[in-house]
Design a protein around this ligand. Structure first.
Ligand SMILES: *Cc1c(COP(=O)(O)O)cnc(C)c1O
Length: 451
């Protein structure tokens, strides 16, 4: 791209593009970055400069960019057909992928409902849970139990079950009411307790709310093991299993939102596996197509599915669907990605890399601004604080997390913070050698941003 073309791109960008989750005044004051090419764990901008993809293109990429097996599968599918509706019509890939997802996910989830993004997968799970109880004649179940700090997407339904004030509070007048339980956030325990002496008091608080609202709740919704956008909040061991137990005990459906945690990100294929949990509904997206194309799925048990069967006049149909539901190109990418998981033994390959991550991150604790380091598999959050002793946060105006990420960009790695939690989430396929360089950049960036 020559100087003139670049200048025109800058001008048209400023004139016409409105970016997601971005304060446009800041964006326009800074130097925009246009990515035009990607290979492996590297992104390349229009000027040819390379950057490590330190957050997997926002938690999506799995096997690296431009993976030959996935590229080929998508191209072959494109030669056959780009898209055909799933409203009443099937396509072979959707059937094959559904069978694979059922095989891979926890026992009991036998039905797959496709869509095209994580928020929508959650929206579908909420509507399915609600409608399930209607068909069962329990019409009072109109609410959901959620966790503080939860993030389930940006549509009105998924925002309703969200718990991040900065993103969600403004919309309260538009949202349906929910019941909120304290998040399993040990570093800043809302109950003022310490793990493990607390005896998982936050799970018991969750149970008390279930008991109190049991006849009003359609489902409880949780991000299993790690609450991502809330700040990489890792739940203590046993929390998820206890939540499952309580939902069963009180007869409330459990929705696990594995949009971020699914497809190996936590070191197992799905986060629920770590604690042997089978939810009633599970949402998948992000890594499902290895970061290639928009795809999502909501999985349900046979029991939920069966409640929707009936004569047309009974109106038990699930009236929901999207134009690009189960898009064949995205499905081809997803099937190829699952083949790569097998061919490359991706999950086994993560083991030494996770050990290395843990060893390297331990060094970060010595840095003066590092309050807490949380990691599950390849999902890492480094919480930066003004005062390490008291855990006092930086004033929001300091935008400390953003500063660290800006420094990392100058050094050749793209990362994006969640407030003052610096997120590091490289593709699962990242080599040990690349991981070493990425962690060097991360460490220098945290250190330098302090100076
Ligand atoms: C990203 C995310 C979503 C929303 O997915 P989109 O595809 O961005 O709509 C939902 N739930 C969780 C846990 C997520 O991390």
């Amino acid at each position: 791209m020559n100087e003139g073309e670049y200048a025109a791109l800058l001008a048209d960008d400023a004139a016409h593009v409105w970016y997601p989750f971005t304060q446009m005044r800041d964006y326009l004051a800074g130097e925009p970055l246009f990515i035009e090419r990607a290979q492996g764990v590297r992104l390349y901008d229009v000027k040819g400069r390379g950057y490590y993809d330190g957050v997997s293109s926002l938690w999506l990429n799995v096997h690296g960019h431009g993976h030959p097996h996935i590229d080929r599968a998508v191209k072959e599918q494109l030669d056959r057909m780009a898209h055909s509706t799933m409203l009443g019509l099937g396509h072979p890939g959707a059937v094959r992928l559904a069978k694979k997802l059922v095989d891979l996910t926890p026992a009991g989830l036998n039905k797959v409902f496709y869509s095209d993004n994580g928020s929508t997968a959650v929206e579908i799970a909420l509507k399915m849970a609600f409608q399930y109880w209607r068909h069962r004649g329990e019409t009072g179940r109109t609410s959901f139990l959620t966790l503080g700090g939860a993030y389930h997407g940006d549509t009105i339904g998924s925002v309703s079950v969200g718990g991040i004030d900065l993103f969600h509070r403004l919309f309260r007048p538009l949202l349906f009411p929910t019941v909120t339980a304290p998040p399993p956030y040990c570093y800043r325990c809302r109950l003022g307790l310490t793990h493990p002496a607390c005896g998982l008091a936050c799970a018991e608080a969750f149970g008390e709310l279930l008991l109190r609202h049991r006849t009003e709740l359609a489902a409880a919704v949780v991000e299993p093991l790690i609450q991502g956008a809330g700040g990489m909040i890792t739940a203590p061991p046993g929390y998820l299993a206890r939540i499952r137990e309580l939902c069963t005990e009180y007869g409330v459906l459990l929705i696990t939102d594995e949009v971020a945690t699914g497809f190996g990100r936590t070191g197992r294929m799905f986060a629920c596996e770590h604690e042997g949990v089978s939810p009633d509904l599970m949402t998948l997206s992000k890594g499902i197509s290895a970061g290639y194309l928009p795809l999502a799925a909501t999985l349900a048990t046979d029991e939920i599915y069966a409640a929707f069967l009936g004569l047309p006049a009974e109106n038990k149909t699930f009236f929901h669907g999207h134009s690009y539901t189960g898009n064949p190109l995205a499905v081809a990418a997803a099937l190829a990605s699952l083949e790569v998981f097998e061919q490359e033994d991706t999950l086994a390959g993560m083991q030494p890399k996770m050990a290395y991550l843990s060893e390297r991150l331990a060094r970060f604790t010595a840095l003066p601004q590092v309050g807490d380091i949380r990691r599950r598999g390849f999902m890492t959050g480094i919480e930066l604080v003004a005062d390490k002793e008291t855990g006092t946060a930086f004033p929001a105006s300091a935008r400390y997390g953003a500063r660290v990420c800006r420094t990392a960009r100058q050094k050749g790695m793209i990362i994006r913070p969640l407030d003052d939690v610096v997120v590091f989430m490289p593709p699962l396929a990242t080599s040990l050698a690349d991981l070493a360089v990425m962690l060097d950049i991360l460490e220098e960036s945290v250190r330098e941003a302090a100076g």
